[in-house]
Design a protein around this ligand. Structure first.
Ligand SMILES: NC(=O)c1ccc[n+]([C@@H]2O[C@H](COP(=O)([O-])OP(=O)(O)OC[C@H]3O[C@@H](n4cnc5c(N)ncnc54)[C@H](O)[C@@H]3O)[C@@H](O)[C@H]2O)c1
Length: 361
């Protein structure tokens, strides 16, 4: 099924909703990737996405039929609940998968997928598009120049009136949004979390059924702390959709407004604006990294064994909030491993029992 690295890569896009369509255009923008088939279980959805783009390609409702056509990669842009089934089927067919976030809704499903990826030797990764921007790169470099942040904060305040399923979710902010900030913190600290204490609540004026606000403090390996303050029902003075950030390091402090303004101040010196680079951002950058990995590149930041930590930050925060006590990531992964073994076939369960997931990639 694999194609030569120098040829155009065929991509099957699964899920022709909002993000699936954005991905189709992202794939088409590159000279070395093209959409070779579209799948959506809603009849007509794949066909209309292809027709809108003037593409004469297979537009199907059945995933197996598409996988049988062969491809160099699958782009999984289905709803989170379908991520494990779609990605597993592709891996078993020998086709690498780049998945929209969350790679799976739960840690135990992510461990199943990680084990399957290892068993089949086929690559899978999540696209966490908010870790690729000129602003976050400049912020990270400024902090690195000061010795690396030991205290990192973000404040995320937005007020969307989505209507629909998010208004009914039990944990709308933590489960549907916070993974972006949590993944950004892992990127900025270049480390993995050890424990979290989180409180979730729903302000009296909230238009959500579940908890629309949260305060969480993570301890990372090496002792650094990441504090997350967020709300999805904050009218007035909203932050950017990336939140606003501050990092304190041994030799100074840097801030990022979540968009293009990065400021840095060394212990003795004036505050100065930091210039931004011109590398690709967002979905384009996530795809670029994945294509490079298919061609033998090694630094795939959303690779499943690494990305599972971002999924775990969400799950651990929800557990801590329910319990009213700190939660360790060792416990989250132990529980998830047991749940993953219980639902897996013999070969996958054996790998999971071997015990080195997710710690080695
Ligand atoms: N990166 C971002 O900033 C960002 C923004 C929005 C959504 N997302 C993520 O993108 C994913 C898709 O979200 P969306 O807003 O496009 O949703 P959507 O509901 O607009 O589209 C999902 C599509 O997947 C299809 N689908 C569901 N199960 C399927 C299956 N088993 N096989 C084939 N098709 C299936 C649905 O029919 C639908 O057309 C989610 O994981 C979401 O969290 C990411």
């Amino acid at each position: 099924m694999g194609r030569q690295p120098d040829l155009v890569k065929d991509v099957i896009v699964v899920g022709a909703g909002t993000m699936g369509r954005v991905w189709m255009d992202t794939i088409a923008r590159r000279g070395d990737t093209r959409v070779s088939a579209i799948v959506d279980l809603v009849p007509g959805a794949a066909r209309s996405a292809a027709r809108e783009r003037g593409w004469d390609i297979p537009a199907l409702t059945g995933l197996d039929e598409a996988l049988n056509l062969g491809a160099d990669m699958v782009l999984n842009a289905t709803v989170p609940e379908a991520h494990l089934d779609v990605s597993s089927a592709a891996l078993r067919a020998g086709i690498p998968v780049l998945s929209e976030k969350p790679v799976t809704p739960t840690v135990h499903e992510a461990l199943v997928l990680a084990a399957l990826s290892r068993l089949t030797g086929v690559l899978t990764a999540a696209s966490q598009s908010r870790r690729y921007s000129a602003g976050i790169r400049a912020f990270k470099e400024a902090l690195a120049g000061f010795g690396g942040a030991a205290q990192l904060h973000t404040r995320f305040f937005q007020n969307p009136r989505f209507g629909g399923f998010r208004d009914q979710m039990e944990h709308p902010l933590l489960v549907d949004m916070a993974i972006h900030s949590f993944d950004q913190a892992r990127f900025l600290l270049d480390a993995e979390p050890e424990s979290v204490y989180c409180e979730e609540f729903n302000p009296g004026w909230s238009w959500y059924r579940g908890a629309a606000s949260a305060e969480a403090v993570f301890r990372f390996e090496g002792g650094s702390r990441f504090a997350y303050t967020g709300s999805w029902c904050a009218d007035g003075l909203t932050t950017s959709w990336n939140g606003e950030w501050r990092g304190s390091a041994a030799a100074g402090t840097a801030t990022w407004d979540g968009e293009t303004e990065v400021l840095a101040q060394r212990r003795t010196g004036p505050a100065a604006s930091v210039g931004l680079g011109a590398e690709s951002e967002g979905l384009d950058a996530a795809l670029e990294e994945f294509v490079a990995a298919l061609d033998g590149g090694s630094d795939l930041s959303g690779e499943i064994h690494r990305n599972v930590w971002s999924v775990a930050m969400v799950e651990a925060s929800v557990t801590s909030s329910r319990r009213g006590a700190p939660v360790s990531f060792a416990e989250v992964f132990d529980d998830a491993r047991q749940a993953a073994i219980a639902r897996s076939d013999r070969e996958v369960a054996e790998l999971l029992r071997a015990g080195d997931l997710p710690f080695a990639s």
